[in-house]
Structure formats: C-alpha cells, structure tokens
Design a protein around this ligand. Structure first.
Ligand code: GLY
Length: 307
C-alpha cells in the first residue's frame, strides 16, 4: 500500500519575544521553515526515505542562524557552542546520537553517520567530533556557530546572574512518514543559553527528545529538556499509541500534559506510519511547518491554524 507522505518540522517553542533590534527575524524564520520543508519534501516526493528527508530538513535548519541548532546556537556558560543531535529510523529502530559536538558543521549528519556505522548509538564530546573527522564531515571553528545575538543573550543572562529557561526553547526537529509507511525522526540543538559544562538535554536522548518506531510514531521534541527526559517524552507518546490505542494527537496532548504536571513546557511533533500527523505546544508559540503532496504550511503563534 502506498502512503501519502508527510513531513512535520519544528524550529523551537517558547515565548517568542522579538529578537533584539531585528524586525525581520520573524519573516526570515518563516522562510527558513519553508526552505527546510522544501528540502525534505523533494526527497519524499521522489519516493525517497523518511530518514533521508528528516536529515535533509534538519540540515537546512542547522545552517540557518535564525534557529538554535548548528549556526546560531546558544552559548554555554563558558561562551562555547556545544551541539546535540539524534536521528532514528522507525523501520528497524536504528539510531545515532551525539552530544557536546564543538566543530562539526552538521551534527545531524554526524548522528546519521553513527547510525549507519555503528556499533555504538551515542557518542559525546571529543569522541563525537573525532568520528566526524574520520568520516570526512565538514569541520569549522567553534566561533563559526556564534552569532552576535546569541553572544548578547549570554551576556545578558550572565549579568542577571542566572539562567532564563523562559526565553525560547530553541531546538529544531523533523519527523516524516514516507510512501512505504516508514517513519523517522531527527532533532538538533545548541541546548539552553548558559547551560552548565557537560549539560546534555533531551534532544539526543533516544526515547526522550527523539524517537521513531514503525509500530507507533516518529516524535521530535522542543522544550525544557530536563522535564522531557524525566517524562521519556518520545517513547511515552509512541507507547500511548501502540499499547494504549490512543490517537496520535491524543497521545501527543497527553504527553505534553504529563510534562506540564512535572513543571516543563515545550512542544512536540509526530507522524504515524499510516500518514497521520500531529503537533502541539504548551508555550505561547512554536516555529513549525507541515508538508505533504501538494501542501505546505508554516506557523509560529498558537492562533495560526496549520490544518
Ligand atoms: N530541548 C532542548 C534542550 O533542553 O536542550
């Protein structure tokens, strides 16, 4: 049976306060979402795989400084960019995840490389960048990822002596179902501004920020990572579908509610092998987009309809 392919993406959830002195930011972000949808859609429209599509979509968002992943990522408390990413193929539940990447331009492609090469599923810090060098993936100086706005945000936070988890939970992600009914998920992030040395969020944790299983759903998360880890968000959503028989949207809403009960906020996107798609968020806004054959929509604020 041929499935009508679907691609859903997010570019982070949060309060979406206007970016300091940059009135065009919102329009550039919307265009960035469209560019990512186009990259993934071109693959799915030609009968390509969900895993190729989610990698391609996330790569576009990583290279776009509007989003907190790759170039334009948040800085940790020491002023360094440390990147986390994961990818999962629902057909066989293979996965690759990397954390603390400092010099690899496309962390999602590094996660994909690890997934393909094995034998490990999760590499961190120097080991992750070493694999990238060995595999011939493009390397950049850490300063290449840094934008003036992210530097300003770090300085402002450090001046306040704190850690503002309320600004915007950047992170980018994509989930897709291909025409063969296989699902895949990919997530990439710089994490939280002023994060402590060694802090790893939910994005690269398989089952928390990233999950894909052809028996249930593919899921990518954005939000206060610590709570998404504790709720095992992606896996929870999938098992609500698989074991409890919930609809995809009910499973997504129930998972977000569970996270909220713990004190966490953010958003989720999901697709099922039969071609359903769902999204939701408990923040004021979430950069998001959806595409299918001959359909493409992007939105930011809650009041914007994507159906
Ligand atoms: N959700 C991204 C992070 O907490 O790092």
């Amino acid at each position: 049976m041929t499935i009508s392919w679907k691609l859903v993406i997010h570019g982070g959830a949060g309060a979406m306060r206007p970016v300091h002195g940059d009135e065009d930011h919102e329009e550039r972000a919307r265009q960035g979402l469209r560019n990512a949808l186009e990259a993934g859609s071109a693959i799915l429209n030609n009968g390509g795989s969900a895993v190729d599509a989610v990698e391609a979509a996330v790569r576009v968002l990583e290279d776009d400084p509007c989003f907190n992943a790759g170039r334009g990522s948040t800085l940790n408390a020491q002023g360094i960019v440390e990147l986390d990413a994961a990818i999962m193929d629902g057909e066989d539940r293979r996965a690759g995840a990397v954390a603390g990447v400092r010099t690899t331009r496309a962390p999602i492609s590094l996660a994909r490389t690890l997934m393909e090469r094995g034998p490990h599923v999760f590499l961190s810090y120097e080991g992750a960048d070493r694999l990238a060098i060995e595999a011939g993936l493009a390397q950049v100086d850490n300063s290449w990822f840094v934008t003036g706005e992210r530097r300003r945000q770090l300085d402002e936070l450090l001046e306040k002596g704190g850690f503002d988890a309320d600004v915007k939970y950047g992170t980018v992600g994509a989930v897709a179902v291909d025409t063969n009914g296989h699902v895949a998920a990919a997530t990439s992030t710089g994490g939280l501004t002023a994060k402590q040395w060694g802090r790893i969020g939910d994005s690269p944790l398989i089952g928390a920020g990233t999950y894909a299983d052809d028996r249930s759903a593919a899921v990518s998360a954005t939000g206060s990572g610590e709570y998404f880890i504790r709720a095992v968000a992606g896996h929870q959503l999938g098992e609500r579908v698989r074991l409890a028989g919930e609809t995809l949207q009910d499973a997504l809403d129930g998972t977000l509610e569970d996270i909220k009960q713990l004190g966490g906020l953010g958003g989720l996107i999901a697709v099922s092998p039969s071609g359903d798609c769902a999204w939701g968020f408990t923040t004021r806004a979430m950069y998001r987009g959806v595409a299918g054959p001959e359909m493409q929509k992007v939105a930011i604020y809650a009041e914007e309809d994507m159906r």
